[in-house]
Unconditional design. Structure first.
Length: 370
């Protein structure tokens, strides 16, 4: 059995820290918590779980804080979590088994990060991260904001998931880190252009986001997966400002990097065409989205809604407009499996089941999900 050090950085996390630690405290051999300037009860709560609470003056750089937390680890492996993360019971059991059976020759274990969950329990955003790393390898965090652990060596992929349960969104906090880099005339990597674009988009600065995504796309260096989603996210920005032709062009541009269409792009193409009342072509792209499979070893972003309930619900709308009520009903039922209490789906179900009473209804296209 290997031993595990939990390492965390926190600031003003009194609402969630105890919830996080309760799901992992019995699975690790040591808890190290680095506080970066809390003014609430965070430190008091941390002290209830461990006597290894340390302080680090915030420098505006997440990597520096995370590297500081890793300095205090003394066990074989380091597990890191954010305060608003939890391990669900199924994943707790998987981690217990991994701890008992892990080959010490393994340098890192990747785990899923379920970064978003909808009100029906469906995962909305998932990707992999190197989550359990060998301490003796002395891996370092890099990047100012959307940082990453620079890991190499013997890496295995597990089916364990860490689930993110955010209480609130820190609007503009990360954006300010990138703006400070610009003020200091610091150059951006392709990765930083991608994540800066994401921050700009989430804060409503769509034209600037498009520019940042284009900077990422035009650079020869950079992860190909970031370029795929730079195109897709750029398309969202064009849609938000009403430029639907450039939205469509950006979505097709993503195929240049992905080679094979992704559900995230296909469903958006379907929505673009559906909004123009081009229902037959919209059906093609929505149907394609439902058939595409995601590689479980995939490291980049996966948005499961775009291959499950969302295209099926949109197909319900499209087939209704095409007067094919049976297919409309069938796809609504497929969507209902994922969202059994969604009022829109239940409304459609009731209307479509009443075969003789079907009448024109206001079934509007539903915007692509976040």
């Amino acid at each position: 059995m290997v031993s595990i050090s939990l390492c965390m950085i926190v600031k003003n996390e009194e609402e969630v820290l105890g919830r996080c630690l309760d799901t992992v405290k019995d699975l690790v051999d040591e808890i190290n918590i680095v506080d970066t300037g809390s003014t609430d009860r965070t430190v008091e709560i941390a002290n209830e779980y461990t006597n290894r609470v340390y302080f680090f003056e915030w420098t505006g750089n997440f990597s520096e804080a995370r590297n500081e937390s890793f300095k205090y680890a003394t066990m074989d492996y380091i597990l890191y979590l954010d305060a608003d993360d939890v391990l669900l019971e199924e994943d707790r059991e998987k981690l217990k088994k991994l701890k008992d059976s892990l080959n010490p020759a393994v340098d890192s274990v990747s785990m899923y990060y379920n970064a978003g969950i909808d009100e029906f329990g469906n995962i909305t955003l998932q990707y992999r991260r190197n989550r359990l790393v060998k301490r003796s390898r002395n891996y370092k965090w890099k990047g100012d904001s959307h940082n990453y652990l620079d890991v190499y060596g013997h890496i295995i992929n597990s089916d364990i998931a860490i689930t993110h349960k955010k209480v609130r969104h820190s609007v503009g906090r990360t954006l300010s880190i990138y703006e400070k880099k610009i003020e200091n005339c610091e150059s951006f990597t392709a990765r930083e252009y991608f994540y800066y674009g994401n921050e700009l988009r989430e804060n409503g600065h769509y034209e600037k986001a498009i520019e940042s995504y284009n900077n990422n796309i035009e650079m020869e260096e950079g992860w190909i997966e970031d370029k795929v989603y730079a195109c897709i996210n750029k398309g969202d920005c064009y849609r938000f400002i009403g430029d639907y032709e450039n939205e469509l062009a950006s979505l097709f541009e993503s195929f240049r990097f992905s080679k094979i269409p992704r559900p995230e792009s296909c469903s958006r193409i379907g929505f673009n065409l559906q909004s123009k009342q081009d229902y037959l072509n919209a059906v093609y792209w929505y149907e394609l989205a439902t058939t595409l499979k995601t590689d479980p070893a995939k490291w980049s972003f996966t948005y499961p809604a775009y291959s499950t309930w969302y295209p099926h619900l949109q197909l319900c709308v499209c087939y209704y407009q095409l007067q094919n009520f049976q297919k409309s009903y069938d796809h609504n039922e497929k969507a209902r499996k994922f969202r059994p209490k969604d009022e829109r789906i239940l409304f459609n179900k009731k209307l479509l089941e009443d075969k003789l009473g079907i009448s024109p209804m206001n079934m509007e296209p539903i915007n692509p999900v976040d």
